[in-house]
Design a protein around this ligand. Structure first.
Ligand code: SF4
Length: 383
């Protein structure tokens, strides 16, 4: 039986207030990624990505099963995606970075889905043309991160509807309106496209199995807020004769203004867009919410609070080695470091990253079509 979430304050379309991860783990029925599991993964991959070591990815579904498939030499594929409602920001990169790590370690193909239909249906102010152009722009960011063009397959929901829609119908036939209402908080006033949409998001989890004519294991690294879609997909797929996809979930990156999940819909100052000019990025970081105290003197005597600090969150997720992170945390807690020092250090790292990324994105334009989905190429890499 699919578990319903009674108060859906945490859905793919909205995260409000402080995130109570313990409550969500219980309500969603997730497993914690244990040290033992990480050590199994580390043996197979000969190392771990810092986002795994630092437990930014912290929960899973059926990861031991997926690792046993890898250990036995079975091929698997990765699936992640992007709902193109705006330009890409750093928070979007968390699942992508870990997905890329899996691709490099295991030479696994990746289906990358751009749900332009979803954003058209859920964002009243976005036209279809606008979401389609945002999807193509976001795709350039994905390419700029360095995914392998021979192993990465872009699916745009409206462009590849001929491939996706017949499979989405198979899902839709098994999902009731009651389930969608309970899991996503949709109601009688929701438009009928919203009610159907989750069927489209389920398709990449089994499309390679359809194309190859045999079950292929799938791993989906995602932000925790996307899990409701895959609770439904995992409920339905075995009833259609397919494997349930294994899932891994990341914590949310805090917003620069102090919000629980970085989101441009709250304020453009909450996020660092990958297209931000260096001056704009610098200004946003200078004005960011920190765990600092009212005055420098109080901070020196009491120390700061990295656990609530958005700047520390950036170091943790992206911009500090283990050694740097431990120095920042210890100096902060002891009052040996002031927030201005941290901001200066982060600005240097972020500007360097943005400069490199923006150049890579320019070069990505000419490669875009090579990443478009091809059943034939997918069949080759999975055979
Ligand atoms: Fe955050 Fe650094 Fe300030 Fe500590 S010193 S609260 S880590 S910005």
């Amino acid at each position: 039986m699919l578990m319903a979430v009674r108060k859906p304050l945490f859905t793919p379309w909205g995260v409000e207030g402080e995130i109570d991860y313990d409550r969500i783990i219980k309500e969603f029925g997730l497993e914690i990624i244990s040290d033992e599991l990480l050590s199994k993964l580390s043996k197979l991959a000969k190392g771990l990505h810092p986002l795994l070591e630092r437990k930014v990815f912290f929960t899973h579904r059926d990861l031991p099963w997926l690792l046993s498939k890898i250990a036995s030499g079975e091929k698997f594929f990765l699936y992640t995606g992007r709902g193109p409602s705006e330009k890409t920001h750093l928070g979007h990169l968390i699942p992508w970075i870990v997905t890329k790590w899996f691709q490099e370690k295991f030479k696994a193909p990746l289906i990358f889905q751009f749900t332009d239909d979803e954003k058209f249906l859920f964002k009243q102010d976005l036209s279809l043309d606008k979401v389609k152009s945002l999807a193509l722009d976001n795709a350039l960011d994905v390419i700029a991160l360095g995914f392998d063009e021979k192993l990465t397959f872009f699916l745009f929901d409206t462009m590849h509807a001929d491939l996706l829609y017949p499979q989405a119908l198979r899902i839709a036939k098994k999902v009731t309106f009651n389930t969608v209402k309970a899991v996503f908080g949709l109601n009688q006033s929701s438009n009928i496209g919203q009610i159907f949409f989750t069927s489209m998001q389920a398709v990449p989890a089994f499309l390679p199995s359809v194309i190859l004519g045999k079950n292929i294991p799938c791993l989906i690294p995602m932000g925790l807020d996307q899990d409701p879609h895959f609770r439904i997909a995992r409920d339905v797929l075995p009833r259609l004769g397919f494997y349930k996809p294994a899932c891994m979930h990341s914590r949310m990156l805090k917003g620069l203004t102090g919000s629980a999940k970085m989101s441009a819909s709250k304020s453009p100052n909450d996020v660092l867009f990958l297209d931000d000019s260096l001056q704009v990025a610098e200004r946003k970081i200078k004005n960011a919410f920190t765990g600092g105290r009212e005055t420098a003197a109080v901070q020196r005597s009491k120390g700061g609070r990295p656990e609530i600090c958005s700047i520390f969150n950036y170091f943790q997720y992206f911009f500090a080695s283990d050694e740097e992170l431990s120095i920042i945390e210890s100096e902060c807690r002891k009052g040996l470091r002031l927030c201005g020092d941290c901001k200066k250090q982060l600005i240097e790292k972020v500007l360097k990253f943005l400069e490199q990324h923006q150049k890579a994105k320019e070069r990505a334009r000419e490669k875009l079509e090579r990443f478009f989905f091809s059943s034939e190429c997918l069949r080759k890499v999975l055979s």
